[in-house]
Unconditional design. Structure first.
Length: 97
């Protein structure tokens, strides 16, 4: 028997749990931001590289604080905003190909 949205919610929860586990287990430093630019995942490899704990950034818009002294967008912010190449150049001139 299908309980309507319950199956979809269960799949969504399973997918979210799986994604969280993958991000956490991957040995590459990585973080994920949501549509409001809040940090929703910050893996152990990112903690190790930056020295910034998950607890200090999860739920905040402070991903930049692990990499810069002053507030500025990280590439994930620019990508989320649909920024143009000129915006990328402004912050990352000569740092990409």
């Amino acid at each position: 028997m299908n309980n309507g949205g319950g199956v979809d919610r269960s799949r969504e929860q399973l997918s979210s749990t799986w994604a969280r586990q993958v991000v956490e287990a991957i040995p590459i430093p990585m973080f994920v931001i949501d549509a409001e630019h809040r940090v929703v995942h910050w893996n152990r490899a990112c903690e190790k590289l930056t020295g910034v704990s998950q607890d200090s950034v999860l739920g905040t818009t402070r991903a930049w604080s692990a990499f810069y002294q002053n507030a500025r967008p990280v590439i994930a912010d620019l990508a989320l905003n649909g920024s143009r190449l000129e915006d990328l150049e402004r912050y990352y001139a000569g740092k990409y190909r």
